[in-house]
Write a protein that binds this ligand. Structure first.
Ligand code: FMN
Length: 188
């Protein structure tokens, strides 16, 4: 198996992080991997916002958690009610990829960029986890206003399409959850 395939198979959603920051050299490589993702007509309609400030991360976390608590999905409400639960898992770094909704396929472009970043991170020993609460929170007027209040200056008209936390895993990579192999049709 080559290294790329092995990295893809190794990536897991990591939910327990060491508090130390991600090294700048590694972080630059992860960002570069994001920027090299494919995008419809090479529009690259994205902007990467990295949050390393612990106070800001804490404030955003608190607010995003309310998106889970107020969700109409019972499973999300139940998870968020658990004592000590953090939607960001106390990670030292979050990246939000916002995009221009007027682009051909901003959501796909931003999601592909985030997957590139998560795979690059895995290859460098950095864990990651998609954090959907950010997009859920931003989908409400209250959430949008709070993003502004907290000083998030996404480029004009942009909306967050992908968000993930990054950091060094505090424990060995989690077991691979079941991956269904019965989802392929080949028409020869
Ligand atoms: C669109 C999307 C939203 C997700 N949202 C969350 C989330 O809010 N919190 C979380 O802990 N994991 C989240 N995940 C991670 C999934 O739970 C995880 O990918 C899945 O359980 C498979 O585990 P694996 O990533 O280790 O293969 C999300 C993944 C995707 C693709």
């Amino acid at each position: 198996m080559n290294e790329t395939i092995s990295t893809i198979l190794k990536r897991r959603s990591v939910r327990l992080f060491r508090p130390d920051p991600v090294g700048q050299t590694e972080f630059d490589l992860v960002l570069e991997a994001g920027r090299y993702a494919p995008s419809a007509m090479n529009q690259q309609p994205w902007h990467f916002t990295a949050i390393r400030n612990p106070e800001l991360l804490g404030k955003l976390e608190e607010n995003c958690k309310s998106a889970f608590l107020e969700s109409n999905v019972e499973a999300l409400r139940e998870v968020a009610k658990q004592e000590g639960f953090s939607v960001f898992y106390h990670a030292p770094l979050m990246v939000i990829i916002s995009g221009d909704p007027g682009a051909i396929a901003a959501q796909y472009d931003c999601t592909l960029a985030m997957e590139n970043m998560m795979l690059a991170a895995t290859s460098l020993g950095i864990g990651s986890c998609w954090t959907h609460a950010v997009m859920m929170f931003n989908s409400t007027d209250k959430g949008k206003a709070i993003f502004k209040q907290l000083g998030f200056n996404f480029p004009e008209g942009h909306q967050p399409y992908a968000a993930a936390v990054f950091g060094y895993p505090a424990e060995p990579y989690p077991e691979t959850p079941p991956k269904n192999a019965e989802c392929v049709t080949i028409l020869d």
